[in-house]
Design a protein around this ligand. Structure first.
Ligand SMILES: C[S@@+](CC[C@H](N)C(=O)[O-])C[C@H]1O[C@@H](n2cnc3c(N)ncnc32)[C@H](O)[C@@H]1O
Length: 250
């Protein structure tokens, strides 16, 4: 498969290259990382000291990995994940913690007669420039504005009736809930709003084991966990992203 292709489903082809502008995840992390690299470089050069230069040389690839993942890698990976779902094109989809719409807009491109709802609290420390207006602009740039709707809400208390969605997705969002009880509440809510037979696809950097256990406790039998590989390393293999997939029993 070519690097930029996300493959095809019955609705045709979409591309991991994006027309919208999706910001940087947890922008403080690369900002502090860049400052640390620059400070060590300057110190090493001024003092002719090898220690700071070695530190800069170690930090720079980690920074590059983070920036690659947030700007490009997650789009390539999610484009493949979504294409692999074989959507019909008329599904009702929910994106938990949609932010500026990276996954929301790609999913919307695959459902010409469906709808994608995004839920978020729009935290700008979790994603730069976060906000519903930005997400709407991105949806317009991707040509899917008519297929999306945005809700300002906490994923622990979803403003939807039971069994409203065919597919619930979430990228890098649930771990932002600080307490284990809160994350379990989010998983329970995701299951509640799924139709029987509906699918759940979660990518996250932490707590995958907890999500898996909670889904199993909620009666889900086909929970699968896998690694999303180097394209979703956040600095290196020590901070990788797991994929959890499951479906609500029919
Ligand atoms: C790292 S960003 C990822 C955004 C988007 N999923 C993406 O892949 O670009 C995490 C998102 O989760 C949202 N978020 C954090 N806690 C949340 C909560 N309790 N309910 C809803 N959204 C939340 C943040 O506002 C942010 O938009």
């Amino acid at each position: 498969m070519p690097e930029t292709s996300i493959g095809t489903n019955r609705q045709g082809k979409i591309d991991a290259r994006r027309a919208g502008r999706y910001g940087i995840d947890a922008p403080l992390v690369p900002l502090l990382g860049s400052l640390a690299v620059i400070a060590n470089l300057v110190l090493g050069l001024i003092q002719h000291a090898s220690g700071p230069l070695i530190a800069a040389a170690i930090m720079a690839p980690a920074l590059a990995s983070y920036l690659y993942t947030t700007l490009r890698g997650k789009f390539v990976v999610w484009s493949r994940v979504l294409a692999g779902l074989g959507l019909r094109g008329d599904e009702q989809i929910l994106d938990l913690g949609c932010g500026r719409g990276a996954v929301l807009c790609m999913a919307a491109a695959l459902v010409p007669s469906g709808r994608v709802s995004g839920v978020d609290i729009w935290s700008s420390s979790d994603q730069s420039g976060n906000g519903p207006d930005m997400t709407r602009r991105n949806a317009a740039a991707e040509g899917v504005a008519e297929r999306i709707e945005l809700h300002t809400a906490d994923m622990r208390e979803l403003p939807f009736a039971d069994a409203s969605f065919d597919l619930v997705v979430s990228n890098l969002a649930i771990h932002n809930i600080g307490s284990a009880a809160g994350r379990e509440q989010a998983i329970d809510e995701a299951l509640r709003v799924l139709r029987p037979g509906g699918r759940l696809v979660i990518a996250d950097i932490r707590h995958a084991g907890q999500y898996r256990k909670r889904l199993i406790a909620g009666g889900v039998r086909d929970v699968k966990q896998s690694s999303l590989g180097w394209r979703m390393w956040w600095g290196g293999p020590w901070l990788s992203t797991s994929l959890i997939t499951a479906s609500r029993p029919g």
